[in-house]
Design a protein around this ligand. Structure first.
Ligand code: AMP
Ligand code: MG
Length: 343
C-alpha cells in the first residue's frame, strides 16, 4: 500500500505581473538556514533588486530575532527569552518582549477550542521525548522510548493554567518549579506572521515565504502562487505531488511525522505527542491546513495531527480553515472547500 507524506513546497510562480508604472517587475529569491531549524525561502515580485535585497535582509533579521526570543535551548546576551522563562519556573515572573507574550496568549486561547490537543506547557514531557530522539540518533542500537511512568510523573507540571501572563507588566510566570514551555507547535507560523507584519515591504509586490512546511502567500500573482504538496516517496527521490494548491493571501502549513522521528524496536516515534496518551500521535502521516493566519494554521495543523478525524474536521470548519489528512494507511481525507484551492 502506498504510504503518503506531505510537504508543502513551492513549485513555481505564475507569470510576473507588470508594475503600475510600466517598468516590468521581476521575480527574486533569497534563502537562509539559520532560524527555526529549517530552510526559509523568500520569493517576491519586486520593482528592483535593491528593494528586494533590503526587504529580504530585513525579513531575515526579524526571523533571527524571533528565533532567539522563542528559543528554549539557548541563551542570548541581554535577551530574556523562552529559556529564561523556563529557567525561572517556580521562582519569578520574567519580563519579555511583547511578541513572546502574544505567542503564548495565542496558544493559551487556542487550547480549549483546539480540543486540548496543543499544549505549550507539555514541555517536560516533550523534553523526555526530545532526549530519547537525540540519544537514538546518536546511537541507534540502544534507541528506546521513555518509560510511560516517567512521562506520567511529569503531568502535574504540564498544566497550561499554570502559565501565568501579566499583560500590564509584560511578564510570563510558570508557577511551578520544573515547568517548561515548548513553543514548537506554533513558533514558526507565528514568526512568519510577525515578520510579515513588521518587515518593511516597501517596493515589494506579492511575495511568498516558505519556511519548512509553513508557507505564506502575501498577495498573489494572477492565478495565485502555485504550491505543490508532495507524497512521501518524493523524499526518497520518486513519487508524485498529492495536490497542487493555488494560494493568494493564504497560508498552508503541514505537520507530519516523517522528518523528525526515531525508531526503536521496529516502532517509529514521531515528534508530535498526543497529550491524552503522552505517546506520539499515530493517526496520520501528515496533515496540511490552509487559511488566512500563519500562526493559526500552525496551531491547527498540529491539532489536526493529534485529534480524531471528525473532531479535527469540525475544528477546522469552525475556524474557516481547509485541511487535507493523509492516514497511516495512505488514504486521503479533505474538507469540502479544499477542492476549490486545488488545480
Ligand atoms: P508542528 O511541526 O508545528 O506540528 O509542531 C511540532 C512541535 O511542537 C514538536 O517538535 C514539539 O516541539 C511541539 N509539540 C509536539 N506535540 C505537541 C503538543 N501536543 N502540544 C504542543 N506542542 C507540541
Ligand atoms: Mg504546528
Amino acid at each position: 500500500m502506498k504510504k503518503w507524506l506531505l510537504i508543502a513546497l513551492v513549485l513555481c510562480l505564475a507569470a510576473a505581473p507588470l508594475s503600475g508604472c510600466g517598468k516590468p517587475a521581476n521575480r527574486y529569491t533569497y534563502d537562509f538556514f539559520d532560524t527555526f531549524d529549517t530552510w526559509v525561502q523568500i520569493t517576491a515580485i519586486a520593482q528592483s533588486e535593491d528593494a528586494f535585497r533590503a526587504f529580504a535582509a530585513d525579513f531575515h533579521a526579524k526571523m533571527r530575532g524571533l528565533h532567539a526570543l522563542f528559543d528554549i535551548y539557548n541563551e542570548y546576551d541581554g535577551l530574556a527569552n523562552a529559556k529564561t522563562v523556563n529557567d525561572s519556573a517556580g521562582e519569578r515572573p520574567v519580563q519579555v518582549d511583547p511578541l513572546l507574550i502574544e505567542l503564548v496568549l495565542r496558544c493559551k486561547r487556542f487550547y480549549e477550542p483546539g480540543g486540548e490537543s496543543v499544549n505549550i506547557a507539555l514541555g517536560p514531557v516533550l523534553a523526555l521525548w526530545h532526549d530519547a530522539r537525540a540519544a537514538a540518533l546518536e546511537d541507534p542500537a540502544s534507541a528506546a522510548a521513555p518509560a510511560q511512568e516517567a512521562l506520567e510523573a511529569l503531568l502535574p507540571l504540564c498544566d497550561i493554567g499554570d502559565v501565568l501572563i501579566d499583560e500590564e507588566k509584560g511578564t510570563i510566570f510558570l508557577s511551578k518549579e520544573g515547568m517548561r514551555l515548548d513553543l514548537g507547535a506554533a513558533a514558526k507560523g507565528f514568526a512568519v506572521e510577525a515578520a510579515i507584519r513588521e518587515a518593511d515591504a516597501a517596493g515589494i509586490g506579492p511575495y511568498l515565504i516558505s519556511a519548512g512546511g509553513n508557507v505564506a502567500a502575501v498577495g498573489g500573482p494572477e492565478g495565485g502562487w502555485k504550491i505543490g504538496v508532495l507524497d512521501p516517496a518524493y523524499a526518497q527521490g520518486e513519487g508524485d505531488f498529492l495536490a497542487i494548491l493555488r494560494l493568494s493571501g493564504l497560508c498552508a502549513v503541514t505537520s507530519g511525522d516523517y522528518q523528525r522521528y526515531f525508531e526503536a524496536e521496529g516502532e517509529r516515534y514521531g515528534h508530535i505527542v498526543d497529550p491524552g496518551t503522552l505517546q506520539p500521535a499515530r493517526r496520520f502521516s501528515a496533515v496540511t491546513v490552509v487559511g488566512p493566519s500563519s500562526c493559526d494554521a500552525d496551531l491547527l495543523s498540529t491539532a489536526l495531527f493529534v485529534l480524531p478525524l471528525e473532531e479535527g474536521r469540525a475544528l477546522a470548519l469552525s475556524m474557516g480553515y481547509e485541511a487535507i489528512w493523509v492516514t497511516k494507511e495512505g488514504a486521503l481525507e479533505m474538507t469540502q472547500g479544499m477542492a476549490a484551492l486545488m488545480e
